[in-house]
Write a protein that binds this ligand. Structure first.
Ligand code: SF4
Length: 246
């Protein structure tokens, strides 16, 4: 049975959190500039607690065995469902076993292998180049530091956060369309920009809760707070959500 995450205890200073040391420098700096109000901090803690109850084992839906495979799967997941990516990756990872295999794949072949995930030309370019960089600059192993991950082609903060949270147990908030919509509906941020949302929400929760919080919000978006037809009458957050309809 999945282990239930511990209840959120708000720590007045993020620096007291056991995971603060693993937060990347930019997030530390941006979060340090924010001064969230106490009611918002309390609301975020309640959201986290209740979603922990509902989704105790919330985790990444993409299938992978190594950090590099998760990087590839995350690149493929842009504008594509996780289910579709999971249909493509078993054969892909059997054929291309290491970054060098992707880097040396003949023009057109990788494109065909990932065609069904959409935008396959751009994705193939990103995967080939990121593979070459991992091989040349990091000895064939995906790095865990945010600044290193951001040097890779096709890797912005969202992708880097997915890898850091799921493969390296680093504190990371994954901001996708569900996360953007729901954190706005819940009044935890007013921003639409993914990085600003990441830092706004990061300032409300201790870093050791970030990873589970973002996975649980994404599941909540698939099950209850569905785009354009949220099921507010079934929602465990309706009493604290400023956007709830009766
Ligand atoms: S109350 Fe409605 S709008 Fe608010 S989080 Fe729940 S489903 Fe979404």
């Amino acid at each position: 049975m999945a282990k239930k995450p511990p209840a959120i205890k708000w720590l007045p200073m993020h620096t007291d959190s056991p995971k603060w040391a693993d937060v990347d420098d930019r997030a530390k700096n941006e979060i340090g500039k924010r001064r969230p109000r106490k009611p918002l901090i309390e609301r975020a803690a309640i959201v986290g607690d209740r979603l922990c109850e509902e989704f105790p084992d919330a985790t990444c839906a993409l299938h992978y065995n190594t950090p590099f495979q998760l990087l590839v799967a995350t690149i493929l997941s842009a504008q594509c469902t996780d289910v579709r990516v999971n249909m493509v990756t078993p054969a892909l990872f059997k054929k291309y076993k290491k970054p060098a295999d992707f880097a040396s794949s003949p023009e057109g072949e990788l494109e065909q292998d990932i065609r069904s995930t959409g935008f396959f030309n751009n994705k193939a370019k990103a995967i080939r180049e990121a593979s070459r960089q991992v091989d040349a600059n990091f000895g064939g192993k995906l790095p865990s530091a945010m600044e290193d991950l951001l040097t890779l082609r096709g890797t912005a903060r969202k992708t880097a956060n997915v890898v850091r949270a799921n493969c390296f147990d680093m504190p990371a908030l994954t901001v996708d369309t569900h996360f953007t919509r729901i954190t706005n509906l819940l009044g935890l941020t007013k921003e639409k920009n993914a990085e600003k949302i990441e830092f706004d929400v990061g300032s409300l929760l201790p870093p050791d809760r970030w990873s589970h919080f973002s996975h649980a919000i994404i599941l909540h978006g698939r099950k209850t707070c569905i785009a354009r037809r949220p099921k507010c009458d079934e929602c465990a957050l309706s009493d604290i959500c400023p956007s709830a309809h009766a």
